[in-house]
Design a protein around this ligand. Structure first.
Ligand SMILES: Nc1ncnc2c1ncn2[C@@H]1O[C@H](COP(=O)(O)OP(=O)(O)OP(=O)(O)O)[C@@H](O)[C@H]1O
Ligand SMILES: [Mg+2]
Length: 312
């Protein structure tokens, strides 16, 4: 039974480069949505590196589940149901279990150990559409973590969402990138470039304008550039100039303020260890409150209709 009678939301997490913070940020958003009282499924479509189990700290599934039980076998047509891991039941993090909202579920659908990237084909597209359609009847939010770049996972997701099963559902596409020149250029290429998301979406039958309205960027691990602080050193001046130049570049590359869903600050805890940041971590002064605030805000923005009014 879903937590609310709101239209369920299907979220795709993409990035051009690897190591952008796509998975860690998505997991933390999933966690915050669940803590806010929603049923959430996290689907690991990073076929070449299915390590979402590690983020949820589920021992035995850190590198995926055994061959013949996970998403790889399901999408290739070998099995009819991919395994689901109930995070509260399976996680090694006792604090996560202790704070769990009553009656709400947070579920991981993992890939398989050793399962590689696979190509776009009709079977995987139909199976992906069927699975995601089914999950949307059970969960309020379904988050799909896609492989980096112009991957088969991305193409399958674009094909599946163009199909009748999913074409009328609420979909959001997030593009994660670091806040540097190279990452801004790469992210813009992924969105607007040849063979990028918009071009591939149009080729798969999506309406380009509606599709674009369903896309937002998330800037991750953004370094502080405190504009309110008095400029008192050459370094401060330099940082200020770079911050402005980046804003200009992002606007010129059409991934600027109008496309921004939110950003996360650099979090020392995540520089050492990929994990969900619990309120408990902030209470123990291990993590910064601004990090939890950023994830909470991203989760809220993701479900705020005012931010997504012209998309489905
Ligand atoms: N806000 C943050 N502050 C500091 N480090 C971060 C932050 N967000 C993520 N990281 C770290 O950045 C690294 C890359 O993050 P993550 O694995 O989520 O990226 P990814 O885009 O999913 O990479 P891949 O393409 O390899 O799957 C991780 O070590 C993670 O802990
Ligand atoms: Mg990842």
């Amino acid at each position: 039974m879903r937590a609310t009678d709101l239209d369920p939301i299907l979220v795709f997490a993409t990035s051009d480069k690897g190591g952008t913070g796509r998975s860690v940020t998505s997991c933390n958003i999933a966690y915050r949505l669940w803590m806010s009282g929603l049923d959430v499924a996290y689907v690991d479509f990073d076929f070449g590196s299915p390590t979402a189990g590690a983020l949820f700290e589920i021992s035995g599934a850190e590198r995926g589940v055994t061959e013949g039980s996970g998403l790889h076998s399901y999408l290739s047509g070998a099995i009819n149901e991919p395994v689901r891991l109930n995070v509260v039941r399976e996680t090694d993090r006792t604090e996560l279990r202790r704070d769990a909202p009553r009656g709400r579920s947070l579920v991981l659908l993992p890939g398989e150990i050793g399962g590689g990237e696979f190509g776009y084909d009709d079977v995987s597209v139909v199976r992906a559409a069927t699975l995601l359609g089914q999950l949307m009847t059970e969960f309020d939010v379904v988050i799909v973590d896609l492989s980096a770049g112009r991957s088969a996972a991305l193409d399958i997701a674009l094909g599946a969402t163009a199909s009748a099963v999913l074409s009328n559902r609420k979909r959001r596409w997030l593009v994660f990138h670091r806040w540097t020149r190279q990452h801004v250029l790469a992210a813009s290429g992924l969105v607007h470039g040849p063979h990028g998301i918009l071009a591939t979406a149009a080729a798969r039958g999506h309406n380009k304008a509606a599709f674009q309205a369903s896309m937002r960027c998330v800037r991750t691990a953004v370094a502080e550039s405190d504009s309110t602080r008095a400029v008192d050193s050459a370094q401060d001046t330099w940082v200020k100039v770079q911050a402005e130049a980046l804003q200009k570049l992002a606007n010129k590359e059409e991934i600027g303020a109008a496309m921004l869903l939110g950003q996360t600050p650099i979090e020392p805890m995540l520089q050492w260890r990929e994990q969900i940041i619990l309120d408990n971590d902030v209470g123990a002064r291990l993590a910064n409150p601004s990090t939890v605030d950023a994830y909470t805000k991203l989760a809220r923005h993701l479900t705020d209709p005012a931010i997504w009014d012209s998309s489905r």
